[in-house]
Design a protein around this ligand. Structure first.
Ligand SMILES: [Mg+2]
Length: 361
């Protein structure tokens, strides 16, 4: 069955929110990011600022040189997150098949939808209207039959766009499309593609799969599929990846000093393997300890940024484990479980890191 996928992308989200809340900024070049005197990067730029060539992830100092009169505002991520939740409430009126990409972007599968609306385009238009009416913000929507094409489509007609790539039009669209638009094609891949004479889709279509795999490894197979409009990835909703956890029951009950930290290490390694397999990162750790008498405790901790390495995860858990076993020092440990939640994919992580970068500088 042909699916109906929407990609909804808020236009200049953070900047639009700031302008909405302070109408004096309307029509001005507004940049959300750090101070231009710092090494901060641009998180979002209004369309007026973009006219000066200002783009996300550009150093704010450079943006200031391009447009000295630009207005720089500090980001309010918690506030943007709240608004993002309001937007998701609108999506939820139509479907629960929602995959958030970042605060301002999501895929929706509306093949089956709560209102039994047959036209995905109609749903996209309704969502756009409601986002505008309820939140006074604009977004662009892409409509197609898979995630890749829906995402490409939402970018075609920005801002306030609505663009449809129908199955019968996909081939022609992709032949003319610049290959640099393919998600995952970064600078290095693009340079190599160009060196092989590949600039647009029709150039890529001429390359055989074997050749592409030889040149680009796994990426080659992906390119071969995607340029034919083939992308069978399902919508991954948050509920499907709420958390990942691992637990080990010991063959005998142990005191802390009996290698419990080493046992924890093994659990963390397994957790990290699972995360890697699914390409996920998380911000909230949960430790579960079950004692010899089956008394069970859990301890959680959350960070603002994602855990990137096994060591980071281990160090935080080890502290919690020490606290817990100190508290019940008379008891031996029977089981240790660790879980990671507040998960994000590599793609989400990269975006959020880009946005948070300046905070760490
Ligand atoms: Mg956006």
């Amino acid at each position: 069955m042909i699916r109906k996928i929407l990609h909804i992308d808020m236009d200049a989200f953070y900047a639009s929110v700031e302008v909405r809340d302070n109408p004096k900024l309307y029509g001005l070049p507004v940049i959300v990011g750090g101070s231009p005197e710092s090494r901060a990067v641009v998180c979002a730029a209004s369309y007026e600022a973009r006219k000066y060539g200002i783009r996300s992830a550009m150093p704010c100092s450079h943006a200031k040189r391009l447009c000295p009169q630009a207005i720089f505002l500090p980001p309010r991520f918690h506030y943007y997150r709240e608004i993002s939740q309001e937007i998701h409430k609108i999506f939820h009126q139509y479907t629960i098949e929602i995959e958030p990409v970042s605060l301002d972007e999501a895929w929706l599968d509306v093949t089956q939808n709560h209102k039994n609306i047959p036209s995905a385009t109609w749903i996209a238009q309704s969502i756009k209207n409601e986002v505008h009416a309820k939140l006074n913000l604009i977004c662009s929507a892409g409509v197609s039959y898979n995630k890749f094409l829906a995402k490409i489509a939402s970018d075609e007609d920005k801002p306030n766009g609505l663009y449809i790539i129908r199955p019968e039009d996909a081939s022609q669209f992709l032949q003319k499309m610049e290959v640099k638009k393919i998600p995952g094609v970064g600078k290095v891949t693009l340079k190599k593609l160009n060196s092989l004479g590949v600039y647009i889709g029709s150039d890529l279509l001429k390359k055989e799969e074997g050749f592409l795999t030889e040149q680009f490894g796994k990426m080659g197979g992906y390119l071969h599929q995607i340029i034919r409009g083939i992308d069978n990835r399902p919508i991954k909703t948050n509920r499907e990846r709420k958390s990942i956890s691992v637990e080990h029951t010991f063959s005998r009950d142990l005191h802390y000093v009996d290698c419990v930290p080493e046992k924890l290490r093994a659990v963390v390694i397994e957790l990290q393997d699972r995360l890697k397999n699914k390409n996920l990162y998380g911000r909230t750790l949960t430790l579960k300890v079950k004692f010899q008498d089956f008394h069970q405790i859990t301890r959680s901790l959350s960070r603002e940024d994602f855990y990137l390495t096994e060591n980071e995860i281990y160090q935080d858990l080890e502290l919690k484990l020490k606290e817990a076993t100190d508290q019940f020092s008379e008891k031996r440990v029977r089981l240790i479980g660790v879980g990671l939640s507040n998960l994000a994919t590599q793609e989400e992580l990269e975006r959020q890191q880009q946005q948070l970068n300046f905070l760490n500088l």
